[in-house]
Ligand binder design. Structure first.
Ligand code: NDP
Length: 683
């Protein structure tokens, strides 16, 4: 436990050591009690050295393969999860209830674990990723191109917001470390003590290569003066600060990648079909109440604008007021509390000022920002605020309600007169992270979602079918894009494996296939091949890309086609009826089934004895290019294209390039055969 009599001075973890600032420290107060929790200062730290140290450390991360990095994240996530009680205990000081803390703590660690598992499922165990297909640039396969993604050689600097001191760090670190780039995290001062605690625990695990994670507690001083074109800066916070940092001379001068997530006036729309007697109406009310009160409304995704059919304005207003009036506000650790405190008294003043500006456009219809009612705690020393609802009768003419983000338990109701206006109102936020729509009508879903999509990073549709399974309006998920255009900052985070790309450079590599294969570790048409022992007799220890089998030829007869049709039940006319087949614009008579061709190909290339090939788990990109007629002779060329030896387990995946051709040389079918192959054989 922290000793509140002698608040600890937070330290930064820079250049391999924990260091205190040398200036006068600023006290950080418990959001709900006002007691000093910690002190913060970063004066005297050498940020140029920190960046140089991080860049040098990047080599160790880059030397690891993707699955090794993913396993590192998994081990880290599991270790941190074991210590979640300590994080939760300290999280109360931020004003967050235990439920709010779960979004931050379990949500953050869960993001690490999710990336760790998705990466091992979806990415190869390589150092370089390929992006898209091979582009043949010559007729004779002597010059081709392939896009690759490789980790940037700089440091990712994450400047984070106060509201999620743990999730905010981990949601960026997960894709960043997976991509193979080191990081410097700068949490917002107000809640940096929780980030500091977690970084201490992370460093103690010894799981990360030294230098891959540094922490700055306090201001970042001249750090941004030293960023280069290989560094990446991400920012979450106010639009004002974000725009200032984006215009920093070093960021502009070096074209440093800058990702920003800032104020977002997220909307929630009630469909015209969702009348008070419908399940969608109740779901909508529940969602708005949850989003206004979770984390005391201090979520970047919280609902700020509630867009409703004018005919339902009174019903919505009454239902929200009844529910919001029953939310006990108080000390976050108290069992009766449903909503805790804002992050600080200053933050509460900011929110009050924002409400006053909103009130120039709208009337306050519920709650009084100046008179706080709590069930526990002291509203003088704790940053409590009851929920506030405003109503703007003519929202199309209003401005402040579409521009000012009151970062607290505050939302504005806006009636619309027709559905087009609902989307228009949402778009007047000039770009948001997320909006949601509650409807059970497919035509409403189509019209509104198409209206919202260009202005949003995520859109959630709620209805009766997903009542139990919906993840909700406000939860950014590791596999989905989190970010938004325009006012929301124009950045993009998460989005599953897409998130790695922000920390990698995409490069088009052109050259002779043999040399491209050496760069990417992937065989492509025109690259070297090796004949000899049947490749299915080779374990991963022996198998190399380019190992190839060219089979004998097999003639396809009419009897084969008739037998296959009879055996499988596939008696489609093109295989059975000569005249009907001829009438088809693609065929000159009865043709062989595509699946017959693929089955015969397997019969041609297979090596039947027990061996290192353990299973065939699928086929990718199957295309039939030329019809096959009775009397045609087919042969197969099977080439080892890609070997993915997993970091764990006794086997890996092997992708085989499979080309079926006629004896005339005409290509009949192309596809990738996917197999699991033992690392050694005999095992
Ligand atoms: P700020 O923009 O002031 O701070 C965000 C981050 O930037 C903090 O880490 C802060 O550090 C840092 N920072 C501030 N000034 C500089 C600078 N000159 N150079 C480098 N870093 C700097 O936002 P707040 O955290 O105070 O939040 C204010 C408002 O931002 C909220 O009320 C809300 O409207 C909005 N916000 C939006 C979020 C979103 O995701 N959409 C999330 C959080 C906030 P330090 O704390 O040490 O000053």
């Amino acid at each position: 436990m922290l000793d509140v009599k002698q608040p600890p001075r937070l330290e930064s973890y820079i250049c391999g050591a924990w260091r205190a600032g040398s200036g006068s420290a600023k006290p950080l107060r418990d959001a709900a009690t006002g007691a000093v929790v910690a002190e913060i200062d970063s004066a005297g730290l050498d940020f140029a050295e920190a960046l140089a140290y991080g860049r040098a450390a990047g080599g160790a991360l880059r030397a690891m393969k993707l699955h090794e990095r993913a396993l590192m994240l998994k081990a880290l996530g599991l270790k941190l999860m074991e210590q979640k009680d300590a994080f939760h205990a300290l999280s109360l000081a931020t004003g967050a209830t235990p439920k709010d803390g779960q979004i931050d703590i379990e949500g953050g660690i869960g993001t690490l674990l999710n990336y760790a598992s998705k990466a091992r499922r979806e990415l190869p165990n390589t150092r370089v990723l390929t992006d898209g297909v091979v582009e043949p640039l010559s007729k004779d396969s002597s010059f081709s191109a392939q896009h690759i993604l490789s980790p940037m050689r700089g440091v990712a600097v994450h400047i984070n917001a106060f509201n999620f001191p743990i999730w905010g760090m981990l949601e960026k670190l997960a894709p960043n470390l997976l991509a193979g780039m080191p990081a410097i995290v700068k949490p917002a001062s107000q809640t940096a003590y929780l980030t500091e605690l977690m970084v201490r625990r992370i460093i103690e695990t010894g799981l990360l290569p030294e230098g891959s994670l540094q922490l700055v507690c306090g201001g970042v001083g001249d750090l941004l003066d030293h960023v280069t074109g290989q560094d990446v800066v991400t920012f979450t916070g106010s639009a004002r600060t974000g725009q200032m940092l984006r215009a920093h001379p070093a960021i502009i001068g070096n074209s440093t990648r800058f990702t920003m997530e800032a104020d977002s006036l997220n909307a929630c729309i009630l469909g015209p079909d969702a009348t008070p007697d419908s399940p969608e109406f109740d779901l909508f009310i529940r969602e708005v109440v949850r989003e206004v009160t979770a984390k005391a409304g201090q979520k970047c995704t919280a609902i700020r604008r509630v867009i409703i059919p004018r005919a339902q304005a009174d019903a919505v207003r009454a239902a929200l007021a009844a529910k919001l009036g029953a939310i006990p506000v108080g000390l976050p650790g108290d069992k009766t509390t449903r909503m805790g405190a804002l992050a600080s008294l200053d933050q509460r003043e900011d929110v009050r000022r924002a409400i006053a500006t909103l009130a120039s456009d709208a009337e306050i219809i519920f709650g009084n920002p100046d008179s706080v009612q709590v069930t526990t705690g002291d509203p003088e020393t704790g940053a409590f605020l009851n929920p506030v609802l405003l109503y703007a009768d003519q929202p199309m003419q209003a401005r402040a309600i579409h521009e000012v983000e009151a970062f607290g338990p505050v939302a504005t109701l806006m009636p619309y007169d027709d559905l087009g206006q609902a989307s228009e109102l949402a778009a007047m936020g000039k770009g948001s992270l997320v909006s949601s729509l509650f409807t059970n009508a497919p035509d409403v879903a189509e019209e509104v979602v198409l209206g919202l999509a260009p202005f949003h990073g995520r859109v959630m549709i709620g209805n009766r079918d997903s009542t139990k399974s919906s993840t909700g309006h406000g939860s950014p998920l590791p596999m989905l894009v989190h970010g938004g255009p325009g006012r929301a900052g124009g950045g993009e985070e998460l989005g599953g494996m897409r998130g790695l790309h922000h920390y990698m450079q995409r490069t088009a590599i052109q050259g002779a296939p043999r040399l491209l294969a050496a760069v990417t570790g992937r065989w492509l048409d025109g690259a070297e091949v090796r004949a000899g022992k049947h490749p299915f007799r080779k374990s991963l220890a022996e198998l190399r890309i380019g190992d190839q089998l060219v089979t004998e030829q097999r003639e396809i007869t009419l009897a084969d086609i008739a037998h296959f049709a009879d055996f499988t039940g596939d008696t489609f006319y093109a295989h059975m009826d000569e005249d009907a087949a001829r009438a088809n614009p693609f065929f000159e008579g009865r043709v062989a089934h595509g699946y017959l061709i693929v089955s015969f190909a397997a019969g041609l290339f297979v090596q039947p004895d027990p061996g290192p090939v353990l299973a065939n788990y699928g086929i990718d990109n199957l295309r039939f290019l030329t019809p096959v007629y009775p009397g045609d002779k087919l042969g197969v060329q099977l080439t080892c294209k890609d070997i993915n030896p997993r970091a764990e387990g006794d086997y890996g995946e092997v992708r085989w390039d499979c080309q079926i051709s006629k004896d005339t040389g005409e290509l009949v079918a192309l596809y990738d055969v996917l197999t699991m192959v033992a690392k050694t054989w005999p095992a």
